[in-house]
Design a protein around this ligand. Structure first.
Ligand code: KIV
Ligand code: ZN
Length: 499
């Protein structure tokens, strides 16, 4: 029987702290939903007291995500904890992650305090958070440089105060793997009540040892790991989720399992890289574009004779299907079904499969080759079912030296309505035309337009956040025509509040 390792993803908190990587709420929701599909157990969604944007993201992610635990970061300060609990109010499973620095340099210089007082503050924060939520994680910041005897006292005190998880961050990425492993072992052996909580690793990569340290922590008893997609994070980053997941998969003999659906890794990695404008180094383990490319003649020869000669990971296991049958307008239902299964989409519902196949044929008429992103998008496209407002017709004129104008026809529960409007650009014109028909006081708060790969014939995805009567509603669509996708996304959001 394998031991279960819990995956705590902090791409949206520690990862997002990187300058230039900031995401808006719509983008964060998109990342969170994909993390859910990837199978992470805990999503650290933000640090609510730090800004209204972070607060709002935690609220919206809590609403959008179903089963993973949503976690919010705080300092050991009552106001922080109150605000975090408020931001988490819609989460089905919620956790407050509170903590304080425990190394001598944090205690003396950051807090101008002493060891006893720090333990008192740690206990008070844990007890306070415990009154607001059941699941409380405590972090001992700079635990990597905290002496083990004192660290054990802090860990014991917060577990006694109700902490369910205790995080042992190597905040500065200083520890050697055997040193970090020994720290976890020491805590496992010397903390009274350790069986009442789970120890968590949180390793930074300043010396390139984050993954090694994390694995060493796990081998010595930690049963939660804090990681980010592509290892993004402050300075040299955090431990990579994909590396830990694949190490445990490759080394089954360790007897430690995660809930990660590894076939989603490649998709998730490209999505985070493109949304955060953070290119992946080509030789990055697991997700770099050269990770599975054998260029030397000797290697190519070996791989052709037997893949295992030079490959320890089957690229399919991380969602790269090198030999995949290319899907085109001539592909049959069976090929599409096979690809959906490979991507981890449930295809047992025949009616749903028929609908996806019909959408697939329509898309394949417009686009030469259908890639995995397209297929995943089609699988989620039945979100339009049940809409009582649909876009029937859209014509837009725009260009250089012309004022953009849009003409639209909407079907509202069987009745047809037409309108035309101008705007600053084609999307603005289309939205103004929609507003002429649906005359509510609604505000477009955020819009995110992405194209799925690179070609000009590719699909564009549009996410929108529309505010109506103080509540934010999310809309989504994908189309080879980006203006049509924008109008559809706007209508998708409207359908959620106009009944
Ligand atoms: O690196 C660190 O110590 C942290 C804590 C705030 C958990 O990110
Ligand atoms: Zn950190």
């Amino acid at each position: 029987m394998s031991d279960r390792l819990y995956i705590f993803d902090t791409t949206l908190r520690d990862g997002e702290q990187v300058p230039g990587c900031q995401l808006n709420t719509v983008e964060k929701i998109e990342v969170a939903k994909n993390l859910e599909a990837l199978g992470v157990d805990v999503i650290e969604a933000g640090f609510p007291i730090s800004s209204p944007g972070d607060f709002n993201s935690v609220v919206e992610i809590s609403k959008a995500v179903t089963w993973p635990t949503i976690c919010a970061l705080t300092r050991s300060v009552q106001k922080d904890i109150d605000v975090a609990a408020e931001a988490l109010k819609y989460a089905k499973n919620k956790r407050i992650h509170t903590g304080i620095g425990t190394s001598d340099s944090h205690i003396l210089y950051k807090f101008k305090s002493n060891r006893e007082e720090i333990i008192e503050r740690a206990v008070a924060a844990t007890k306070y958070a415990k009154k607001l939520v059941e699941d409380v994680e405590f972090y001992c910041e700079d635990a990597g440089r905290t002496d083990n005897e004192y660290l054990a006292r802090v860990v014991e005190a917060v577990i006694k105060a109700g902490a369910t998880v205790v995080n042992i961050p190597d905040t500065t990425g200083y520890c050697l793997p055997q040193e970090y492993g020994a720290k976890i072992k020491y805590l496992m052996e010397h903390v009274d009540g350790i069986q009442n909580a789970r120890l968590s690793t949180h390793c930074h990569n300043d010396l390139g040892m984050a993954t090694a340290n994390t694995i060493s922590g796990v081998l010595n008893g930690a049963r939660q790991v804090e990681v980010t997609m592509n290892g993004i994070g402050e300075r040299a980053g955090n431990t990579s989720l994909e590396e830990v997941a694949m190490i445990l998969r490759c080394h089954k003999g360790l007897g430690i399992d995660t809930n990660i659906n590894t076939q989603h890794i490649h998709h998730m990695s490209s999505m985070v890289s493109s949304l955060m404008n953070m290119p992946i180094q080509p030789n990055k383990a697991i997700v770099g574009r050269n990770a599975f490319a054998h260029s030397s003649g000797i290697h190519q020869d070996g791989v052709l004779k037997n893949k295992e000669t030079y490959e320890i990971i089957d690229p399919k296991d991380v969602g790269i299907d090198c030999n995949a049958i290319i899907l085109t307008a001539r592909s049959g239902r069976a090929a599409l079904k096979h690809r959906l299964q490979t991507l981890g989409v449930d295809v047992s519902d025949q009616e749903k499969l028929d609908k996806i196949y019909q959408d697939f044929l329509n898309l394949a008429d417009k686009k030469k080759e259908i890639n995995d992103d397209d297929v995943l998008m089609l699988a989620g496209k039945d979100r339009n079912v049940g809409h009582h407002i649909t876009l029937e017709y859209l014509q837009v004129t725009s260009g250089v030296g012309v004022k953009p104008v849009a003409a639209i026809r909407l079907d509202i529960t069987g009745e047809k309505f037409e309108a035309a409007a101008s705007g600053n650009g084609p999307v603005d014109a289309a939205i103004n035309a929609i507003k002429k028909i649906i005359s509510r006081k609604m505000t477009l708060q955020e819009i995110l337009i992405q194209n799925m790969t690179k070609g000009s014939s590719d699909m564009g995805k549009v996410h929108m956040q529309v505010e109506y009567e103080g509540v934010s509603y999310q809309g989504f669509s994908a189309n080879t025509d980006i203006v049509a996708a924008s109008a559809e996304a706007y209508i998708d959001a409207i359908n959620k509040f106009v009944h």
